[in-house]
Design a protein around this ligand. Structure first.
Ligand code: ADP
Ligand code: MG
Length: 253
């Protein structure tokens, strides 16, 4: 049996008399990339932020690496890296200065050049955060989640709004984070991304988990119901055309 690094049992979140999360249960295995999929407003960010200790739950139980959220929130904070859906940094500081700031915050001494190289931003070391392109900002924000060398990395829609090159580049970064030994939990609206990255995905709708399996298992289930695509897909799609015409390299912008 794989080691369960996150266990969520009957998690409920009410905002006033609106129930945003309706008693969901799921586990995340150590070392996997786990996807949380679902329409806007489904409760993905709420669920993540509760596990991240940033939001109060209404009821239910959450264990992170065996530690109970109700008792050990401060210990949990030490082993997680969090990228919020919208992260604002001091816009006037350059990337090296921001990393120094985070090092101080986490009591670490991560080498900024090495960290920036990891996310392909070494040439931007002296650039201010506000001067970065969308893709560069996202890569930098993923980099900052790594500063405390976390066991678990939370990424909330890290590729929303990115061009195809920047998106694929971020996919490789996420795979590298996994290869280095971390567990990754990601939310995304891109099903191709979930299929490429995730060992398992939970599909959440109106605060309830409606399916949880490997991408391939979910597809097989659908096919077993007799589902057929309305017409045969071509062997390439418009994104293949775009990438083939404009290349895989990241743009400086
Ligand atoms: P998702 O990330 O899946 O888009 P969220 O977790 O952000 O969904 O939101 C789930 C539901 O909870 C939505 O209907 C949203 O409007 C509501 N919600 C989120 N945060 C708050 C809040 N602070 N106060 C009241 N309602 C909220
Ligand atoms: Mg969200």
């Amino acid at each position: 049996m794989p080691h369960k690094i996150i266990e969520v049992k009957n998690l409920v979140k009410n905002y006033g008399n609106f129930q945003a999360v309706k008693g969901i249960s799921f586990d995340v295995n150590e070392g996997e990339i786990f996807g949380l999929l679902g329409p806007n407003g489904a409760g993905k960010s709420t669920t993540l932020e509760i596990i991240e200790t940033l939001r109060e739950k209404t009821s239910g139980e959450v264990l992170v690496d065996g530690m109970n959220l109700d008792k050990d929130a401060n210990e949990i904070k030490k082993i997680i890296g969090v990228q919020l859906q919208s992260s604002g940094y001091y816009p006037g500081l350059n990337l090296t200065e921001l990393i120094t700031l985070f090092n101080g915050l986490y009591n670490r001494t991560i080498d900024s050049v090495e960290l920036l190289r990891k996310v392909n931003l070494e040439e931007k070391a002296k650039a201010k955060y506000k001067e970065l392109s969308g893709g560069q900002k996202q890569r930098f924000s993923v980099a900052t989640t790594l500063i405390n060398q976390p066991k678990i990395v939370f990424l909330d829609e890290p590729t929303t709004g990115l061009d195809p090159q920047a998106r694929r580049n971020l996919w490789e970064l996420i795979k590298q984070i996994q290869a280095a030994g971390a567990t990754v939990i990601i939310t995304t609206h891109y099903m191709d991304e979930a299929e490429y990255l995730c060992e398992r995905v939970a599909i959440i709708d109106s605060g309830e988990i409606v399916a949880l399996d490997t991408p391939s298992g979910l597809i097989d289930n659908l096919l077993a119901t007799g589902f057929e695509r309305p017409r045969q897909m071509k062997q390439a799609n418009l994104e293949d055309v775009f990438i083939s015409l404009t290349g895989h390299e990241l743009r400086g912008e």
